[in-house]
Design a binder for this molecule. Structure first.
Ligand SMILES: Nc1ncnc2c1ncn2[C@@H]1O[C@@H]2COP(=O)(O)O[C@H]2[C@H]1O
Length: 649
């Protein structure tokens, strides 16, 4: 696999906006001429430094070479959230002007590198050039024309060099983590947890290899446990944001890295699937390296019934990530489609056709972000011929599709867990309501969550204590007890701690996840709102830190830093901003230091983090009737498969 050289027109920090285009000189001049200099955009800007830059400074920088250091820094820090656009009285595209300026100034990684932190952590006898030499052993960094030395130095400066003795755990199976580790020297052992709780050794990884890319790219829990296997094993621990930054400034690294990592994920998944259990390791390796990786956004169609007869037919699709729904159009306006099946990570299907073995097409739509590995018809046929047992298992699968189809056409599904759901879903609902409720659980992404707050409406006395307890603890309620109702369960509007939290694609590391799964706002957050925009369930809000400017109160940095100090404001009134009670780790790119900028912080995001740091959850604790409970949606409602396979009653 070859890497292309660096593209000229990079769009740094733009992964959240795909609709941007660079302005030409004439357009820039026109926009600047229109500007009336009111500074409303600068007031709306969440970047702390915006308090020290005027729109006149930015306009000057846009049309001349007069660029002060503060303007250069502000331009680099701009996260392209677009907050400046709606407030402009003359409809200027300030975001596009900032993009043009970013483009012109280049990226900060071209500048000088502060290596003082890295130097302090070098193993005895090492210098920076040896670190670079070891990094060049990694396939993705091997070409200095693609990834210049200076970029690698910035990469090292914003990461951590760790020297480990033998047996140190780098990651544990089942825990969440998004750092990636590059082995510079020594070796690491990979283990999988056996059913009897004993570790099964899977592989040994050596210098030149990396670990942890799956957690970083997919947000899923670590798939295996990894420990150092030699004294003086040296690894570079790279935070997700630093890796994302590198991939933004060198898009070729992204393509190469994603392809390489996907092949590994496909191989891993294929070798765990029951369907492939007697296929040789060599055949699985060959399938994984030849697979094509496709990505789909929410509501994008993988196949449509209209696309009948296209060559994609009978391609084998392995879902690496996300959820899809499989449906057939009804031709009616009221219920335009009938859902036949849901498929999720680890599941597979053959093309968009023949799902039910009746030679008719189906429509497959992404419910969440979806990554699929495609294996061609030719490769599949070779396997079917070579492995008759594999063919039999595929046929059994088609049988399952047919059964699912029968269930989908029946009046109602049986509840998954009779004890918990019988009353909840069936007694109080009509058959049609119960079925649509079950579908809503999947289609609205409830099963995508890892922990969901539900209220048993039979027990709820509508006292609102849950919301009020949340507000007392965090200063502002992070939940709304009203939400989607399924049977007699209300699915509360609050963060569900998604399996793949799209909110976490934050260039400032303002949002992070604890190994135990709680997604929380960190002290690097500036309240730009990109995470809130990304959240498909509207469960993140932005609050202002600069309200009530006339009221005598501590400087905003003092208020802000107090949110992180243990024991602060356990039960305080409205204005305190809600944060995880335990001190959150500072983001790797903008470590929390009171360098004066903190005085200027304007906004912050708030969301439920399951009361991380407390030993109970305020909402659950406060409920006088026990109606509010936290559940794992899959255990409580059943997996998508369980929901689907409930038979007609
Ligand atoms: N079978 C395997 N052999 C070697 N490395 C693996 C294997 N499975 C997973 N890994 C790596 O171990 C990492 C564990 O965390 P992640 O799932 O984030 O990413 C995983 C891969 O980088």
């Amino acid at each position: 696999m070859q890497m292309q050289t660096t593209q000229k027109n990079f769009k740094v920090g733009m992964t959240h906006r795909t609709d941007m285009r660079i302005l030409d000189t004439e357009e820039i001049n026109f926009e600047i001429d229109m500007c009336i200099g009111c500074d409303r955009c600068m007031r709306a800007c969440p970047v702390p430094l915006s308090n020290q830059v005027t729109i006149a400074d930015l306009n000057r920088a846009n049309v001349s070479d007069e660029i002060t250091p503060i303007v250069a820094r502000f331009t680099d820090e701009c996260v392209m959230c677009g907050s400046c656009v709606p407030v402009c009285p003359v409809d200027n595209h300030r975001d596009l002007l900032m993009l043009s300026l970013k483009q012109r100034l280049g990226i900060s990684w071209n500048g000088q590198v502060d290596l003082s932190k890295a130097m302090g952590h070098l193993p005895p006898g090492w210098d920076v050039s040896l670190v670079l030499l070891c990094l060049r052993e990694q396939a993705i960094f091997s070409d200095a024309r693609v990834v210049p030395d200076n970029y690698l130095l910035h990469f090292v400066a914003t990461s951590d060099i760790l020297t480990l003795s033998s047996g140190v755990e780098l990651m544990r199976e089942g825990e969440f983590g998004r750092d990636i580790f590059f082995i510079l020297d020594g070796q690491c052992e990979v283990f999988s947890q056996g059913t009897d709780q004993r570790s099964l050794p899977l592989a040994v990884l050596r210098r030149g290899e990396y670990i942890g890319e799956q957690g970083m790219l997919t947000g899923q829990p670590r798939s295996v446990t990894v420990r150092s296997a030699q004294d003086r094993t040296v690894v570079l621990k790279v935070p997700e944001q630093v890796m994302q930054r590198l991939m933004e400034v060198v898009p070729a690294v992204q393509e190469f890295f994603v392809q390489l990592s996907s092949a590994r994920a496909v191989e891993d998944m294929l070798s765990r699937l029951e369907l492939f259990k007697d296929i040789s390791t060599e055949d699985i390796h060959a399938l994984a390296t030849q697979a094509t990786i496709q990505r789909f956004e929410r509501e994008e169609q993988l196949f449509s019934e209209e696309r009948k007869g296209q060559p994609v037919r009978e391609t084998f699709h392995l879902m690496l990530d996300g959820f899809v729904r499989v449906a057939r159009k009804t031709g009616r306006s009221e219920h335009p489609e009938r859902i036949i099946a849901y498929r999720q990570r680890g599941d597979y299907f053959v093309g968009g056709l023949d799902m039910l073995g009746d030679r008719r097409a189906v429509t497959v739509t992404a419910i969440t972000r979806v990554t699929v590995a495609e294996i061609t018809r030719v490769q599949l046929k070779t396997l079917l011929i070579r492995y008759p047992a594999f063919k039999e298992r595929i046929q059994e699968r088609v049988q399952l599709y047919q059964e699912a189809n029968t269930a989908a056409h029946s009046a109602v599904f049986e509840p998954f867990d009779p004890e918990q759901l019988q009353q909840a879903l069936v007694n109080t609902s009509s058959a049609a309501e119960a079925r649509s409720g079950l579908h809503a659980l999947v289609s609205d992404g409830v099963v995508e969550g890892t922990e969901v707050l539900v209220i048993d409406l039979d027990k709820c006395i509508h006292c609102n204590e849950c919301e009020e307890a949340c507000e007392r603890r965090h200063g502002q309620s992070r939940m709304n007890r009203e939400g989607m109702v399924v049977g007699n369960m209300s699915i509360v509007t609050a963060c569900r701690q998604c399996q793949d939290p799209v909110c976490m694609l934050c260039s400032r590391a303002g949002i992070a996840r604890k190994p135990s799964g709680e997604v929380y706002i960190t002290e690097s957050c500036i309240g730009c709102g990109i995470c809130a925009e990304r959240c498909p369930y509207d469960n993140i809000s932005i609050v202002s830190l600069t309200e009530d400017e006339n009221e005598a109160q501590p400087a905003s940095w003092q208020r802000f830093s107090r949110f992180f100090s243990k024991g602060f404001g356990k039960e305080r009134g409205r204005k305190v901003l809600p944060m995880a009670q335990t001190p959150a780790e500072p983001g790797p790119l903008q470590p929390f230091v009171n360098d004066g900028l903190e005085n200027l912080r304007k906004k912050i995001a708030i969301k439920c983090d399951l009361c991380a740091g407390y030993n109970n959850q305020a909402c659950v604790q406060a409920c006088p009737t026990g109606a509010a409970i936290r559940v794992n949606p899959v255990t409580f409602f059943g997996s998508t498969e369980d929901i689907l396979s409930r038979k007609a009653r």
